[in-house]
Write a new protein. Sequence first.
Length: 629
Amino acid sequence: MRYADIYQSWQDDPEGFWMKQAQAIDWVTPPTRALNDSRAPLYEWFTDAQVNTCYNAVDRHVENGRADHTAIIYDSPITGTVAHITYAELLNRVASLAGALRDKGVGLGDRVIIYMPMVPDALTAMLACTRIGAIHSVVFGGFAAHELAVRIDDATPKAIIAASCGLEPNRVVAYKPLLDGAIAQAKHKPDFTIILQRDQLPCDLTPGYDFDWHAVQDGVTPADCVPVSGDHPAYILYTSGTTGAPKGVVRPTAGHLVALHWTMKNFYNVDPGDVFWAASDVGWVVGHSYICYAPLIHGNTTVVFEGKPVGTPDAGTFWRVIQDHKVRSFFTAPTAFRAIKREDPEGLLIKDYDISSLRALYLAGERADPDTIIWAQNVMQVPVYDHWWQTESGFPMVGNPAGIEALPVKIGSPTVAMPGYDIRILADDGSEMPAGELGSIAIKLPLPPGTLPTLWQAEDRFVKSYLTTFPGYYETGDAGLLDAEGYLYVMARTDDVINVAGHRLSTGAMEEILANHPDVAECAVIGVSDALKGQLPMGFVCTNSGTSRSDDEIVADCIRMVRESIGPVAAFKLVAVVNRLPKTRSGKILRRTMVSIADNTDFKMPATIDDPAILDEIRDSLRPLGYGG
Ligand code: COA
Ligand code: AMP
């Protein structure tokens, strides 16, 4: 069948389509129906089924004769380690940790926060939670104590599983002080922690509260898989919204299993047994779906890579990993390729490696710029597929369905809608835009299985954030257009979310931090273009008159405060001190105009601007930072 036939078969009978895909999953009690629309426009899938995620990702492969097949390859150029973990070994590890969690009182529906670097034990921890029906929430290691504290208070976890440290190329990141700081800051106090001690920086453990990863598992009876209902949350993953409070995206168990399994062959074009590599981090949705769950559910080998595209040790590291582990399909963010291209513009390092195992490169997480796509095509000599999705969807919404049929690539477009997604471009009044015209990208409800049914304990916010602007549709927060052949072009965000090196960040959250500086009277944060990271945050602060501190001191404070509060991943290093901010007559800060000035692109003078002369002041303040033309 061709892509168009498959998409049509889904459109004709969505219920039948998803029930058929559900046959790839091992159920305790199979679903009798797919969609539950009893609370429309809030939809759920496979609610009458009973199933276990971990069983489908691990146990069933062991039971089906693939115990000795490699489940995980851990490749850490930072520590010089390569390790292979079979499905049987993974099962032992997961069941043992799950047993320890169970013995310490963690059960069905309890939350567990996981704060770990890119080590295979992070996957063990995720799977151990889903094994016993506990709901994990992984927090990216590049977030600081405050962000962790916010998530502790929202998820109210019974336990936290962490490592003693993470390893960045230039430094060892001590996790324990961040963890202790977060627990101290949070109102909610978890019952206990489990700490994986790493040789590079072991930490002190508080007796009776912090338990060593290995010691806590001593003599434990391994835990069996606990069946959960299809709509039980497998995990919560926090993502940036417009305000400082992150959104707790809920991932429903059954839909997650069904949808992820479907993507591995139809989209990423791998068969069970093939090696699949997503060079991302378990702290992001890409890591959840395509480092941990989907490859394991589908019976692939997944690569856990602890390194960076450059500097660990050089810009050839990706080629080495592809060669050494015979990677079949490879997924990363465009920024990683921009980093490699910057270090090795001619792509000379690839000549030292044999990457003939590779069938295609998949890019997502941010806009894939044409230069990067063309460079990757030329250097790697494989098809390069851009695809578009978000934390909320959990799997590709738009892409090139290479496992069904490789459609012609149009550079600049992530290609076409996947089954399950009816993508529309809407005007502000909700009417549909004609082909080729820009509008808000929305998806006709219901969203497919595996997508978020709600936000964690925030149904009102879910409805307000996603379902209210365009009744009957899910609002993606992205703007773009569809061409006459149904190819989507994603152009920009419609909100204040920015994308820094494939990491989704909230400028609103940064503004809240800057506004707390005692010498800052007013502030704004925007995302400006950056050749490597796509976007970088840039702060503008107006200082209080009469402050005794110099502008340089205030700028340094602002940079430090954002780093200490959100974390180094925010890459917040650009701050301009200005006398006033450009505003409309009603007092709204003209952030988009400021972005145009910083990027030195054309813009239309806003009709409602209060005082156009401020724009020249803004441009002047940007020049020392290398922006504004
Ligand atoms: N734990 C602690 N700190 C972390 C971290 C982690 N897991 N991840 C990043 N950081 C820190 C970095 O050390 C850096 O700190 P610094 O300001 O002290 O140098 C800062 O956060 C920014 O990190 P990063 O975004 O990685 O930038 P970089 O300049 O170190 O590297 C790239 C640039 C392009 C190589 C890097 O961003 C990259 O590999 N991007 C791929 C993106 C990706 O996989 N995205 C996932 C979505 S698919
Ligand atoms: P995240 O939830 O962190 O995965 O970020 C999702 C957001 O990243 C999307 O809403 C887009 O703004 C952006 N994004 C992801 N993939 C793409 C892509 N292929 N092209 C353009 N933007 C993308």
